[in-house]
Design a protein around this ligand. Structure first.
Ligand code: GLN
Length: 239
């Protein structure tokens, strides 16, 4: 995915990541401001959120550009959750454009998005090929992350382990991951831009590849860091 964003806090509409902000993911899909790789994010989009009616998140993803889904604005206005994740995709060269290559990936309570590019070889030994739903590099990364999470590793440790393993094997790798489980959120900055907004810490935290609006509260997250957010607070630590 080329631009992703997430919210953890008081329940909000999914539209708060996509349509409502002046530079939300809808706008970032055709005029991203800080994207270093790719010009537009028109190879699909996806979103995930949590609803008390289901043990697992609701995940919606498509291969059309986010602006082309006429049903999305109403859906995004009414899908409300205290934990939201969305992404718009610019497929890396050679990667398939198909739903199964589109974030968010999901398994059990987790949602995951990958902004970047990595040699599949760099995560191959961490994932069971039978769990990988697409030949896309991000699907391999997702399978590697989910395998560790299913084994009981904490969310933040898992992202840190997968990113440092893959980043060591593929020094050119770009591995900005964004993941959540409904009550906590973790993200890595590794080769792509990442921003954090804690303007209203009592309400929650926003994490996004680039600011969703022009408010002054956005902080750039240093490269090679891990963000951990939970109801207890937010930590940024070096990877
Ligand atoms: N490599 C991933 C893909 O092809 C993510 C691409 C990106 O971040 N631009 O979907």
């Amino acid at each position: 995915m080329c631009r992703h964003a997430a919210w953890l806090g008081v329940p909000r509409a999914l539209a708060s990541l996509i349509h409502e902000p002046g530079h939300g993911l809808l706008r970032q899909s055709y005029v991203p401001r800080l994207q270093r790789h790719g010009m537009v994010n028109a190879d699909g989009f996806g979103a995930g959120w949590y609803d008390p009616a289901r043990a697992e998140p609701v995940r919606y993803r498509r291969t059309v550009p986010v602006w082309a889904d006429a049903n999305l604005p109403a859906l995004a206005q009414t899908a409300r959750s205290g934990c939201l994740l969305a992404a718009v995709r610019s497929a890396s060269a050679g990667m398939p454009i198909e739903e199964t290559a589109t974030a968010p990936f999901t398994d059990g309570p987790w949602l995951l998005s990958h902004n970047g590019r990595v040699a599949r070889q760099a995560v191959r030994e961490l994932a069971d090929p039978g769990d990988v739903e697409s030949t896309c590099d991000s699907a391999w990364v997702a399978a590697a992350v989910f395998a560790r999470l299913r084994a009981g590793r904490p969310l933040g440790d898992t992202l840190a382990e997968v990113v440092t393993h893959a980043g060591t094997k593929d020094p050119e790798g770009r591995l900005n991951l964004l993941a959540c489980d409904g009550t906590s959120l973790a993200a890595t900055a590794w080769g792509e831009t990442l921003f954090l907004n804690l303007d209203n810490p009592d309400d929650g935290v926003l994490v996004a590849s680039e600011p969703l609006d022009d408010r002054p509260g956005w902080q750039a997250v240093p490269d090679r860091s891990l963000i951990l957010a939970s109801p207890g607070g937010v930590r940024v630590q070096p990877l």
